[in-house]
Design a protein around this ligand. Sequence first.
Ligand SMILES: Cc1cc2nc3c(=O)[nH]c(=O)nc-3n(C[C@H](O)[C@H](O)[C@H](O)COP(=O)(O)OP(=O)(O)OC[C@H]3O[C@@H](n4cnc5c(N)ncnc54)[C@H](O)[C@@H]3O)c2cc1C
Length: 469
Amino acid sequence: MKRVAVIGGGITGLSACLRLLSSGGDVGILLYDASDRLGGRVQTIREPHLGVTVEAGPDSMLARKPAAMRLIESLGMTDDVVSTRPEATETYIVRGGRLCPMPRGYLGIPFDPSCARPLLTEDGLERALAEERLPLHLPEGDTALGAFLRTRLGDEWVDYVGEPLMAGIYAGDIDQLSLAATWPSLLDLARAHGSLVSASRALTPRERSTQPRAARSAFITVRGGLASVMERMVDRIERSGRIEIHTHARVKRVTRAGSGYRCHIELTSGERFEQDVDGIVFAVPPHIAREIMSPVIELPDVETHYQSTATIVLVYARTAFGPDLSRASGFLVPRPEGMAITATTWMSSKWPHVAPESLAVIRAYVGRRGQDESLALPDGELARRAATEVAGLTGAREQPVWFRVTRFAHAMPNYGVGHLARVERAEEALGTSCPSIAIAGAGYRGVGLPDCVEQGEQAALQVLAALRA
Ligand SMILES: Cc1cc2nc3c(=O)[nH]c(=O)nc-3n(C[C@H](O)[C@H](O)[C@H](O)COP(=O)(O)OP(=O)(O)OC[C@H]3O[C@@H](n4cnc5c(N)ncnc54)[C@H](O)[C@@H]3O)c2cc1C
């Protein structure tokens, strides 16, 4: 029987395991993860004494990406799906220490003079709207997301809307992110509508719309939190009886062994062992995969910067806030505001299952590329700083009754300009020299959970195809 090792047990590695199980009745599977648990970045905080179930890591999945729903359906969890509350529609952006509504246009791109007041100055708004009259010169190759948007919509729109919204997802710096790897849809929109402003006008849902609301929101999660999706995946894997799971097991190196490979593994206890396999799915960040397989192949470097971040869950008595809280889904903090927090999500307003009515749960994010000094603060101080900033902006009348800081060291891949070409080069090199090794995960072709599921599944199929060739 052929054997396949999956290195990394985050959502990418778990998806690869499930695909290997469903498509490869003839292979034995070994899963290795360096940490003490499976699930990687997905971590749900469950505090039964408070009645709180809230995400420490990823908060939701983009519903329109088919891999998300496909996974949930395949796990028999469709009845557990939760949509965002329809009334929590307002996102705010901080300017001058005040919360301003995000511009009404699609992706915050204004399409008429009233759209972005009071967030943008009259000059900034005029400059952004002038984009509609600019000739459309789309970049030939890849370029920085910031460079493209600054040329189109001006610096003020980029600094106060574009960066917090679009680079925020990566905890990144908009001037260093690849346009092609992060927001290629902007190019399609500009091409289709002649300008981003016209695209925004065409795509923004009208408040007067007579269309019935979609039954499911743009983002979904499940009632028990995203960790329950990981738990169901692990349960499937364990019950199959066909996968050996090793946690606390760091793969240090891969060498050649006959026509296959030898994995060299070190346990947290210091014990070492080796395992011979025929194929490998690497579901770890690119620099780790490259280092592990260096005795076998000198893989072209994907060169992705990984940014550290932290989330701070703040639980308040509901009475700490006024009635507006229920309409808010969160706020973004532009870089020039110089605050420690970069954004907040108002978890209990956004999701119905997070907390009882008597509590309000706000989650703050700290740390982005070039602005991450506050990550050096100890947990208690970081939480106090976040709570003080939240209070200054929202007028919270009470202190949080509970908090939890979760740190994600080197967690957010920031795809640089030329990223996709570098990924292609790495994939090609593997395809030529080591076809039964595949690379997948957030460091390559999309950081969103559905992207990771898709990549894990594809990597599994690629390895199986090579083994059967
Ligand atoms: C704070 C935060 C919020 C986010 N919010 C969202 C969101 O709302 N929606 C969304 O879709 N995405 C979100 N993301 C992104 C998403 O969570 C990640 O992109 C995704 O979870 C990455 O999955 P992965 O399996 O590729 O990597 P990981 O989850 O990082 O898993 C990699 C695994 O490899 C293991 N490993 C590393 N080295 C070795 C080794 N040498 N040997 C064995 N094992 C090893 C690690 O222990 C880890 O378990 C968020 C991320 C963060 C950090």
